[in-house]
Design a protein around this ligand. Structure first.
Ligand code: NDP
Ligand code: MG
Length: 382
């Protein structure tokens, strides 16, 4: 059996490093063709030494790593994904950097394992039809979408009643609203179940992450917003569910470990021995589900509204969130100001129809400029 060629965009990040762990474990099945990182050159050099890729990309202007030529971003990302030996691209950079490269990968017929949220949130209405046109599979890496993807394989989409995404509720589910103003960066970074990059960890604390996942689910699975629900599930064993019209609900269960959805995206339709321990149902005395209160999590509410409003609103939401989260992490604004900052940006925006990627990037630029000005004026607190 020939080995599957893999390009990893964002190899030094949380998803990227776990992808390489999975590949190291699966050994003979995969061949790392390209590794692309931002500025963590020390880690990239170690990965290059271990996996010996054909193509190495970095953002920082390095020209050589371990005797290999290093290509600069963003053009290097395109070369990394379109190399003839690449079969599957793991799109796991943060931010917008992966969007054009993912586009190019789809046009050259590569399977996409999508982790990067912005690609689907901001450009989903372009990327999904593009993939359909080229007969390209987009396999979700995010645990909720991986779960839904798996559950959807049990019947036909025309018989779908609801998608039910689960949410851990983050560290502040039980924090009274008036105490949220004083939340520290350290507390917000302490996610109860997952270890992830800092942006997505803060998004999990505000539940913006869940809102972005609702928008992604809408695009990835072509399901209207009124058929997508979210339920709080603290234990994070059920990673999401699908309810069919006969009221049968199919759920995907496993320990919370991103290596499992990453592996499934790589090996689909096969299920090879995985990185997870088996669930021991005799020791699972409790599995709880509760309603998500949108008033406790205004960022979630904003995301859902932006998704329903469509056009460039999700792009503005996502860009404003990135700036606001950065401002929170650097102490410029308080925790509650993350949502109010995003709300200001979304309210001030004149939306455009998303006809091509330039419209997305223009809305992104506008939102960043607007939000940077806002957080520049803000004082931490409140
Ligand atoms: P991290 O911040 O841990 O990693 C981001 C990666 O992207 C790093 O390798 C970073 O390089 C690289 N990168 C950033 N900017 C650039 C750039 N301009 N050019 C090239 N590479 C760049 O993020 P995560 O791994 O947590 O998340 C990645 C994506 O996956 C996000 O969109 C996130 O929402 C999504 N996701 C993550 C999940 C998780 O569990 N972590 C779950 C579901 C989705 P470097 O570090 O070298 O600068
Ligand atoms: Mg998720």
């Amino acid at each position: 059996m020939s080995r599957t060629g893999v390009a990893i965009l964002g190899s030094t990040g949380s998803i990227g490093t776990q992808t390489l762990e999975v590949i190291a474990q699966l050994g003979e099945h995969f061949n790392v063709v390209s590794l692309a990182a931002g500025s963590n050159i020390d880690l990239l050099a170690k990965q290059v030494a271990k996996f010996d890729p054909h193509i190495v990309v970095a953002r920082t202007g390095e020209t050589k790593i371990g005797g290999k030529r290093v290509l600069p971003t963003p053009d290097g990302l395109i070369e990394a994904v379109t190399h003839p030996d690449v079969d599957i691209v793991v799109a796991a950079t943060s931010g917008h950097e992966a969007i054009r490269a993912t586009w190019a990968a789809i046009e050259t017929g590569k399977t996409i394992a999508i982790a990067n949220k912005e690609t689907i949130v901001c450009a989903g209405e372009l990327i999904i039809p593009l993939a359909a046109k080229h007969g390209v599979e987009i396999r979700p890496v995010d645990s909720e979408h991986s779960a839904i993807w798996q559950c959807l394989q049990t019947a036909q989409q025309r018989d779908l009643a609801r998608l039910i995404l689960t949410a851990s509720g983050g560290p502040f589910l039980r924090t009274p609203a008036d105490e949220l103003a004083n939340v520290t960066v350290e507390k917000a970074l302490a996610h109860p179940n997952w270890s992830m990059g800092s942006k997505i960890t803060i998004d999990s604390a505000t539940l913006m992450n869940k809102g972005l996942e609702v928008i992604e689910a809408h695009h990835l699975f072509a399901v209207p917003y009124d058929q997508i629900e979210v339920v709080i599930h603290r234990e994070q064993i059920v990673h999401s569910m699908v309810e069919w019209n006969d009221r049968t609900t199919i759920a995907q269960l496993s320990f919370p470990d991103m290596k499992l959805p990453i592996q499934y995206a790589l090996t689909y339709p096969r299920r090879l021995p995985g990185p997870c321990a088996p669930l021991d149902f005799r020791r699972m005395s409790r599995m709880s589900f509760e309603e998500l209160d949108p008033d406790q999590f205004p960022a979630f509410k904003l995301a859902r509204q932006a998704g329903i409003a469509g056009r460039t609103y999700p792009t503005v939401l996502s860009a404003a969130d990135e700036i606001a989260v950065g401002a929170f992490l650097s102490g410029k604004i308080g925790f509650k100001q993350i949502a109010s900052t995003i709300e200001s940006a979304v309210s001030a925006h004149y939306p455009e129809t998303v006809t091509d990627l330039d419209v997305v990037f223009e809305a992104d630029r506008w939102a960043r400029t607007y939000t940077n000005r806002l957080v520049g004026r803000a004082t931490a607190g409140g």
